[in-house]
Design a protein around this ligand. Structure first.
Ligand SMILES: Cc1cc2nc3c(=O)[nH]c(=O)nc-3n(C[C@H](O)[C@H](O)[C@H](O)COP(=O)(O)OP(=O)(O)OC[C@H]3O[C@@H](n4cnc5c(N)ncnc54)[C@H](O)[C@@H]3O)c2cc1C
Length: 304
């Protein structure tokens, strides 16, 4: 029989890495699966000012790199693979990846969120080409000023716009309603001359020779907004696609994350926190999930 691991962790964002650090130090040798670059969504954050310990804030990319460094220094096993399916067979979890089926006593799902494509005609065909849902996956030129149209009115939209502005680009925030972000982000956007267009309904996005044009409506008025690319900063949904149907049914509407009603299965970080998506919460969830997992594995061992 294949080796049965104590813990498989899906996702190497803040939640998954915090869980892994705890479990490695507890002697449980977790295996972390990460389909992309370790660090997760945090790598997009312009300036994280609400994570304790960094008086002047820290760039998301740097904070993520510090988490990764700690994971590496502890010798934690991280595989660059996607978890395709997680199912429960008896009391053992089976996690399928592209290359293997991993058996474990417990699993922590720390897979964060995935973008939901906005229902705007034209967007679908331009995804990854002219329309992006984060900025780490974009090619941002260094020697030319681009103009980015940032869709949304929340903290993420303002954070992306400030990030792009800080790199020498022009950013316009395009929001359907009145932006609902931290007032200080709005003030910073204003201080940096970032335009905010409110009350704009985007009806179509089309590619042009130079970039994109958004056909919009502002009340009765029609207008066009031109840019080099679009960044969509709203509409993320929990990434639970790897759970098989039986498990998914049992983890929907979990009442007290990171525990679920499936013994040995935990959900940590953005995947379980609805609109309350913050690095500190993800880290706390990861540690809590790891502690519950440690107790779970110990009780299983006692029962033999
Ligand atoms: C623009 C922006 C600014 C932000 N600013 C702040 C801030 O100032 N302060 C703050 O506290 N928070 C901020 N956040 C939020 C913060 O980034 C998230 O709360 C945090 O990254 C959540 O961590 P997580 O580990 O739960 O999920 P994520 O960071 O999303 O990590 C999930 C990881 O799982 C991986 N994954 C998903 N599915 C699979 C699979 N099937 N197999 C293998 N791997 C998988 C993903 O590739 C990803 O690396 C910001 C976010 C954004 C977008």
């Amino acid at each position: 029989m294949a080796e049965v691991k104590n813990a498989v962790i899906i996702g190497a964002g803040p939640a998954g890495m915090a869980a892994a650090i705890y479990l490695q130090r507890a002697g449980l040798a977790p295996l972390v699966l990460e389909k992309d670059t370790p660090g997760g969504l945090l790598r997009n954050a312009n300036l994280v000012e609400n994570y304790p310990g960094f008086t002047r804030g820290i760039r998301g990319e740097e904070l993520a790199a510090r988490f990764v460094e700690q994971v590496e220094s502890l010798g934690i096993e991280v595989k660059k693979e996607s978890a395709k399916k997680v199912k429960l067979t008896g009391d053992i979890f089976k996690t399928e990846t592209e290359s293997a089926e991993l058996a474990s006593r417990a699993v922590i799902i720390a897979s964060g969120t995935r973008p939901r494509a906005p229902r705007i005609p034209g967007v679908e065909g331009l995804q990854g080409k002219k329309v992006f849902s984060d900025i780490v996956s974009m090619h941002i030129p260094e020697n030319k000023e681009n103009h980015y149209l940032v869709l949304g009115g929340g903290d993420a939209a303002f954070d992306y716009a400030l990030n792009l502005h800080g790199r020498g680009h022009r950013a316009t925030i395009v929001s359907r309603s009145r932006p609902q972000c931290l007032p200080l982000l709005r003030e910073r956007a204003a201080a940096n001359g970032i335009a905010v267009r409110e009350g704009i309904l985007v009806e179509q996005v089309e590619e042009t020779v130079q970039g994109v044009v958004m056909r919009c409506r502002a009340g009765p008025r029609r207008l066009r907004l031109y840019g080099d690319a679009v960044v969509v900063a709203y509409g993320r949904t929990p990434e639970l696609g790897m759970l098989d149907r039986a498990l998914l049914r049992r983890v929907k509407n979990i009442e007290s994350p990171p525990a679920t009603e499936v013994p040995g299965l935990y959900l940590a970080g953005d995947v379980a926190r609805g609109r309350n998506r913050q690095t500190g919460i993800a880290v706390g969830d990861g540690i809590m999930a790891a502690m519950l997992l440690e107790q779970f594995v110990a009780s299983r061992r006692r029962k033999g």
